[in-house]
Design a binder for this molecule. Sequence first.
Ligand SMILES: Cc1ncc(COP(=O)(O)O)c(C=O)c1O
Length: 358
Amino acid sequence: MRHRQSDYMHWAKTQSRARFNLATSGVGPFPLRELHFDFDKLEINGDNKYGYAPLLYAIARKYGVDPDCVVEAAGASMANHLAMAALLDPGDEVLIEHPAYGPLLDALLYLEADVKRFPRTEETGYAVDPAAIRRAATSKTRLIVITNLHNPSSTLTPDDVLLEVGDIARSVGALVLVDEVYLDAVYEGTPRTAFHLGPEFLVTNSLTKVYGLSGLRCGWTLARPDLVRRMQSLNNIYGATPAHPPELLSVAAFEQLDAIRERARRVVEADRAVLRDFLARQTAVSAPDREWGTTRFLRLRNGDADGFLARLRSEHETSAVPGRFFEMPDHFRIGMGVDTEMFAEGLRRVEIALAGEV
Ligand SMILES: Cc1ncc(COP(=O)(O)O)c(C=O)c1O
């Protein structure tokens, strides 16, 4: 049977919520009332067959790329799907990190790719190890998939490592897909997109995680123009035209992107301080310290996270993402950037629940 679902996404949609919700991955929602926008200019239809030119230009300007290198997509989810589906045939070999964001893996399985893994281990701080990728790569490898920042651990992969991965890809005739949906959560010295690292790189992104604008479904891929055409051509199967009102709002958002990011940054940084104190006190859970990012992947020293999270929910009204969705059942993921009071109380409850474990 062909793989046709994402267990993680189903869980996230139906079971992740709780009074103290640590199962988030991006910052809290940015309210429409705070977006500067002339509502007299809102329109239902527009000239947007292969994307709305002002939006494509806004994306291109942010990254210093040619607009011909931009594909507009419904969120990073569709950007990832279009990228992988446009590049891969059934049976093509793909190397993807472990642990990985579930829907990326699900999309590859749906496309019937021959999925191989390279490990990012807690012992190395979840670093991308080019040697591991080199060992896994073969002449059949078509694509290497990385998230940067890494979901779930928020680990940043620096350019020199990505360049090494690019060299490996080139040597076997593969491409590198970097999902950068969390990259702008590096608030100081934000790295340039990996798109600039070479012709074998394509990147996906959206305004969801770092900007709190998920409802706009503003996603995109940056890729070589020949790959852009393949993605646009494939997208003709899925969508005649994009929804235009969100395109107009997204253009406005791009004009205010720094302010939108700063608003959430305050919450993320306050949450990170709370988390640091929590981890310094704790011996029952561990996680490498991270300067950036909206998620953290915690290892439960003795135990199965599923059982722990079930008790955390039923006895303490607090949720977090079970590590089984990242194929690491003794871990769980928590999210920052929504509401510091809620986050602090959620962690306090995690602490009480951990104390009850011993
Ligand atoms: C790594 C990664 N890529 C893509 C997405 C989906 O983003 P979007 O909401 O823009 O579709 C997520 C959401 O959690 C994610 O973690």
